[in-house]
Design a protein around this ligand. Structure first.
Ligand code: SF4
Length: 467
């Protein structure tokens, strides 16, 4: 995932006395989306307790006596974040502290959330002007403020009332002492799945996490659907205004795990097809096709299949590098190693799923050359990122991105010191993405239209960029 700095993932369960333990396991199944921190909140029916920390879920929660979190329901979140110290600090305020736990007149409430409100800056300003105090930049905190001020009587109605005021990308799970509610935004930016875990019901950003805890009868919530889990069992309602669908392209192409199903389609065959189309659109004379471990590999296989150029495992991560950690700025050899028997004296095609700030790619191209590659051609299964995502995916700033509107393929090849760089265009990508419930994908960061106007875009992005 060159240039993407990961995302977040949420997991929740209602109706199991192992809720806290299963949530930790579910979070481990989401850590490819972010491994900088994790937290869980659990309710025993009377009280919500929370545990949060930095690092991987297994490190945060191992050695802890989770029986103190004896619970019938629980929710949790993993998060990633930026690499620069200032960015990491700001993003920590945006995504850390999840699950966000608050107390109000009716008791306790916890919220976990994937995404970002496009009108969050305006709402926050309005609330602070009327006396609200915020301790973080988290939209979860903003949501709780909106709920607390709602004139509705029930918790579910307060949540619906609050969600009518927000715009943007959000998958939210909310928990009180005796209730769990999950909702996917009406535009369907990100996936949200539900499944049966014995007599309990689980919810997760990816179906993979639910499978990890043994869930069955998996079902992807439709855009705008809300799943209510209480003593009377599960109820599905659709209380939000219908909107034009705008699924996150990046989820399908790069963020979700290979084994996931996103927007009604399994990710792996989609990525193979992207590679096949790329080979047809941007052929090159070469001796070997390589793919970076991760979302690029199926695309590299597809590229090889159509081009007839053999695929080899010629580049892999060093055993001592952490696949969940951001690639540090240092020697590429500390993170990647190349196989001389595959690369030396060869014209190499390296297939990528994303092209962001180009830092990793530039180092990998140099590494391939130092291993003896005679030519290095880059093929990317979607356009290079030209803008930072304002809807919750942590990505490079406009200044850091290697491409901008109008950057030529030759310009990219120059900057990356490659013989050629070609990316699959949006027009070619779009029909392959499809979607079980019709067309409609967000392409904002890829140079397409922004599906939701981000009010005061610069301010909103500034929240990520350290004002
Ligand atoms: S801007 Fe890019 S990363 Fe953000 S939601 Fe749209 S497609 Fe996804």
């Amino acid at each position: 995932m060159e240039g993407l700095r990961d995302e977040t993932g949420i997991f929740a369960i209602s109706g199991s006395l192992q809720a806290a333990q299963l949530t930790v396991l579910g979070l481990r199944g989401l850590q490819h989306r972010g491994a900088r921190g994790a937290g869980i909140a659990a309710s025993d029916g009377h009280m919500i307790r929370a545990v949060q920390g930095h690092g991987r879920a297994e490190d945060i929660f191992s050695g802890r006596d989770l029986s103190v979190l004896r619970a019938a329901s629980a929710l949790g979140q993993v998060w990633g974040g930026g690499e620069r110290a200032d960015e990491a600090e700001v993003e920590a305020q945006v995504v850390a502290n999840y699950p966000f736990v608050g107390r109000w007149k009716d008791g306790q409430i916890a919220v976990a959330m994937v995404g970002r409100f496009a009108n969050g800056v305006t709402l926050r300003r309005e609330l602070t002007a009327s006396g609200a105090l915020f301790s973080t930049l988290s939209d979860g905190e903003l949501l709780l403020h909106l709920m607390a001020r709602s004139g509705q009587q029930t918790m579910v109605n307060r949540l619906v009332d609050a969600l009518w005021k927000v715009e943007g990308a959000f998958s939210v799970v909310l928990m009180t002492e005796d209730l769990v509610v999950a909702v996917r935004d009406p535009r369907g930016f990100r996936s949200l799945w539900a499944g049966q875990i014995g007599s309990a019901v689980g919810v997760a950003t990816e179906d993979t996490a639910l499978r990890l805890v043994g869930a069955s009868e998996l079902r992807e919530l439709q855009p705008g659907e809300m799943l209510i889990l209480d003593a009377s069992g599960p109820t599905v309602v659709r209380p939000l205004k219908r909107r034009a669908i705008s699924r996150c392209t990046m989820e399908a192409t790069a963020l979700a795990a290979h084994e996931a199903t996103v927007f009604g389609k399994p990710v792996y065959p989609l990525r193979v097809k992207l590679g096949e189309r790329l080979a047809a659109e941007a052929p090159v004379r070469a001796d070997v096709v390589l793919g970076l471990p991760g979302s690029s590999l199926p695309a590299a296989l597809g590229f090889s299949r159509i081009s007839g150029v053999p695929f080899h495992a010629g580049i892999e991560r060093t055993p001592w590098s952490d696949p969940l950690a951001p690639v540090p700025s240092g020697d590429a050899e500390l993170v990647w190693r190349t196989v001389p028997a595959v690369v030396k004296g060869k014209r190499v095609v390296l297939v990528l799923s994303t092209l962001g700030d180009g830092q990793d790619v530039r180092r990998i191209v140099q590494l391939l050359r130092s291993t003896g590659a005679t030519e290095v051609h880059l093929r990317v299964t979607q356009p290079a990122l030209v803008a930072k995502c304002p809807y919750g995916v942590s990505s490079p700033t406009r200044e850091e991105l290697i491409a901008g509107p109008g950057t030529s393929a030759e310009g990219l090849a120059d900057v990356l010191s490659a013989e050629s760089v070609l990316c699959l265009e949006r027009d070619a990508l779009r029909p392959l993405l499809g979607g079980s419930d019709g067309p409609g994908f967000c392409e904002g960061c890829l140079g397409g239209a922004w599906p939701v106007a981000v009010e005061t875009l610069d301010d909103q992005l500034g929240l990520f960029d350290a004002e």
